[in-house]
Design a binder for this molecule. Structure first.
Ligand code: MN
Ligand code: MN
Length: 288
């Protein structure tokens, strides 16, 4: 509990400082590195690489080693960051409108998040979140992204397998359990958009899939280093530049998963907001 709360406090502090870093012309790599170093400075570790997803990119963009991308004017910039203490995770996100005309869309996901979080009650139905989130986003004139969801979190596991839909009609059974960790994360786009994300090229976020130590070098050394530093948590290609050859070997052996960049199917801009909620035997606590 202490580690979850501390991870949450660090994540919240860094997230609250993000908007002043995300300005027109700012380096995306600079934002990623700043977020990750702030997390370390406060005594945490990144639970995954800082994601900076711009406009129609919904999730899973982090900078490659020498990324020249800058924040364009009129952009909707989602910064999604995670902190862990010994594998106990906080996951949070904010959207910054850099002179964009979509400030209302940012408000819509923030209000949807607030209401969605209130539905996380021990014994409450997980399926109650989706209709609340969808209704809130639609009532403000926007459309939820139907195939991006919240999720349960476990130690060293960012997505435990249980999804929390952001729309109604998804077949979701089950109830919120005591002593559990959940991330609620609504996404919205324009009403004329498809309202769905599709996979683009593999990005720069990887994670160890096969927990089996390779027999030959340099894969074996790379495996050992990745397991020691990240276990099964996602990591950035730029964090493992010094063992590039081993990483390429592990990729060839399909021992690593490469997260594809997710983009809105009709190319429309996306806004996101996210909090982590933990349950005790009787209450819910927003850690972020
Ligand atoms: Mn997140
Ligand atoms: Mn999440």
């Amino acid at each position: 509990m202490d580690k979850l709360l501390l991870a949450g406090r660090i994540a919240r502090t860094v997230r609250q400082a993000v908007p002043r870093m995300v300005v027109q012309g700012a380096s995306v790599l600079g934002i990623c590195e700043w977020v990750e170093s702030e997390i370390a400075r406060m005594g945490g570790k990144p639970a995954f690489p800082c994601n900076v997803s711009i406009n129609e990119v919904g999730a899973h963009y982090t900078s490659p080693p020498s990324d020249a991308t800058v924040v364009p004017d009129g952009a909707l910039v989602k910064v999604d960051l995670g902190v862990h203490i010994d594998g106990f995770i906080a996951d949070t996100a904010v959207t910054v409108s850099v002179g964009s005309e979509y400030e209302d869309m940012v408000r819509a996901v923030e209000i949807a998040l607030e209401r969605g979080v209130q539905a996380v009650r021990v014994g409450g139905k997980i399926g109650e979140v989706g209709p609340i989130v969808e209704k809130t986003i639609r009532s403000m004139g926007y459309k939820p992204i139907r195939n991006l969801t919240g999720h349960q979190i476990e130690q060293y596991t960012i997505h435990s397998g249980l999804s929390i839909p952001n729309v109604s009609g998804a077949e979701t059974t089950g109830k919120f359990q005591p002593w559990s960790v959940y991330a609620i994360e609504p996404f919205a786009t324009l009403p004329r958009a498809e309202g769905e994300v599709i996979e683009r090229e593999p990005g720069n976020i990887l994670h160890l899939m096969k927990l089996k130590r390779p027999k030959s070098e340099p894969q074996r050394g790379a495996y050992d280093e990745i397991y020691r530093r990240f276990r099964t948590l996602p990591f950035a290609r730029r964090w493992v530049a010094s063992i590039g050859e081993g990483v390429r070997g592990l990729l060839a052996e399909k021992a690593l998963y490469e997260y594809p960049v997710l983009v809105e199917a009709s190319g429309m801009p996306i806004a996101q907001a996210e909090h982590t909620v933990i349950t005790t035997d009787r209450e819910s606590i927003v850690t972020t």
